[in-house]
Design a protein around this ligand. Structure first.
Ligand SMILES: Nc1ncnc2c1ncn2[C@@H]1O[C@H](COP(=O)(O)OP(=O)(O)O)[C@@H](O)[C@H]1O
Ligand SMILES: [Mg+2]
Length: 460
């Protein structure tokens, strides 16, 4: 009995120590586990970073710094800045308003008072854009690229760009599938989407054969193009020969049946399985009032183009078929010509931000870069609201070699060149962007402002 007490005390102490041991072991295991989790997280971040580097999809939270690239990036860059991003840009023009929108930017050629702007029409080099984008991305942390016009037909450049910094929007393979004319129009045929009869030819002999088969008039254009440069109407073999020589700039030539009607475009936002039509836009082409010498050359837009409900529904169906078939993402434009009988014929798809962006933002009171990011990463599309007002963008071209006046004091001017810079005949001077209650008032106000600007020009 006497020895029992110390024994029971020992037992109690033993049990106590055992419990403490179990508790310590549990704590140790938990700690080990949490370390493992931390390590796992590190691995996830590592894998994620590498996936990103390899051009994989991005997470929305990652994107703060955007690089806008294209021939003219002002509208996209300004929209991205208003959406709260740090903006970088690479383009052809050294516009003053681009400087204001960007943390840093690079233009292919800087303005100099004695030297003219580079002639984009004849000297466009997509490799130059890639080169300056590389320089910029080495200096600054850039999370994603937004595409403006110019690079659509250069898949290799797009791939290199995408490897450097991921493109937010359509990846290069989707852009290629949209821009390979033969495959694209074959797909439209299968989808039952109206389009002009189209052929891609290598030489004049083939062009003549094709045009004779289609029946004149036809349209002849370069297979790698932008802004309607080098697009010509041919009503007979002689005009076809002239058109072919102009269009044979780089690669094959496209011969297409002429569609008579209203030149327009459909601006859409594409999510994973659905799209939203933002607006149908009137295209302004070849206007002598802004000294556009190219007959189909881009001179701006009037947004919206008011169409009847049946035409709108046809446009919507066409956009849905195209977007879902090709897997489009975010902001895309579809060029159409609406014939007299109300059929929208598809001319091409611009698989990136479009020239109508400034007008669309004004009339819909929407930030398009924000909407694009949401569509691409969150599959979120804005509700459709019919535009309550009109906006005209006019691109003004130089009537001859001119000296740019100071345009910073006027309202409604975009793509502002530094004052005293020299602009070659036929090159763009600036854009005007004016809102009005009707199509007529917005166009009229834009034309009046254009006249004021032309009156300020001096010959160089
Ligand atoms: N076959 C055609 N029939 C009628 N208009 C056309 C035709 N092809 C082009 N156009 C008009 O010319 C514009 C520019 O042509 P497009 O093929 O889009 O060239 P780019 O790639 O230079 O923009 C089109 O938006 C369209 O309005
Ligand atoms: Mg076009």
């Amino acid at each position: 009995m006497h020895n029992l007490r110390p024994y029971s005390i020992n037992l109690i102490v033993g049990i106590f120590l055992m419990i403490e041991g179990i508790l310590m072991l549990t704590e140790y295991l938990e700690l080990k586990n949490s370390n493992h989790r931390r390590h796992h997280n590190k691995l996830f971040i590592f894998l994620f970073t590498h996936a990103k580097e390899a051009g994989q999809p991005l997470a929305r939270t990652e994107i703060r710094n955007l690089l806008v690239i294209g021939i003219d990036t002002v509208f996209v860059a300004a929209s991205a800045k208003r959406a709260g991003y740090n903006v970088y840009a690479v383009d052809y023009f050294d516009d003053i308003d681009l400087q204001h929108a960007c943390a840093a930017y690079k233009s292919i050629k800087k303005h100099k008072n004695t030297e003219s702007r580079l002639e984009v029409k004849t000297n466009f080099d997509p490799r130059a854009l890639l080169k300056v984008a590389k320089t910029l991305s080495k200096k600054h942390r850039i999370d994603a690229v937004l595409l403006s016009s110019g690079l659509d037909d250069y898949t290799k450049i797009l791939c290199k760009l995408n490897e450097m910094v991921p493109i937010l929007g359509n990846p290069p393979d989707i852009i290629r599938s949209i821009r390979e004319r033969k495959k694209f129009f074959n797909a439209l045929e299968k989808l039952g989407v109206p389009h002009p009869e189209t052929a891609v030819v290598e030489n004049l002999f083939e062009a003549k054969e094709v045009a004779a088969r289609m029946g004149y008039p036809v349209v002849v254009k370069p297979s790698k193009g932008f802004g309607g440069v080098g697009v010509r109407l041919a009503s007979n073999p002689l005009e076809l020969k002239k058109g072919f020589q102009i269009a044979k700039i780089d690669g094959d030539v496209v011969v297409q049946k002429l569609i008579r009607g209203i030149h327009a475009s459909i601006s859409i936002l594409a999510g994973k399985r659905s799209i939203q039509v933002l607006s149908i836009n009137e295209q302004l082409l070849g206007l002598p009032s802004v000294y556009q010498k190219e007959p189909f050359g881009y001179c701006g837009n009037i947004v919206p183009l008011q169409v009847t409900n049946p035409i709108f529904e046809k446009c919507k169906l066409i956009a849905e078929k195209i977007a879902l078939h090709f897997g489009l993402k975010g902001s895309n434009g579809i060029d159409i010509v609406i014939s007299k009988d109300g059929t929208p014929y598809v001319i091409e798809v611009n698989p990136r931000f479009q020239g109508s962006l400034g007008c669309i933002e004004k009339v819909l009171e929407l930030n398009l870069v924000n909407a694009h990011v949401k569509a691409c990463l969150y599959d979120e599309l804005p509700a459709r609201k019919p535009p309550p007002k009109f906006c005209t963008r006019l691109v003004l071209y130089a009537p001859n070699r001119v000296i740019a006046p100071d345009l910073t004091t006027l309202h409604g001017i975009w793509n502002i060149p530094p004052s005293h810079s020299i602009i070659e005949k036929g090159e763009p001077i600036c854009s005007v962007l004016i809102v009005g209650e009707s199509r007529g008032t917005s166009l009229h106000k834009a034309e009046s402002l254009a006249k004021i600007i032309y009156s300020k020009l001096q010959s160089a």
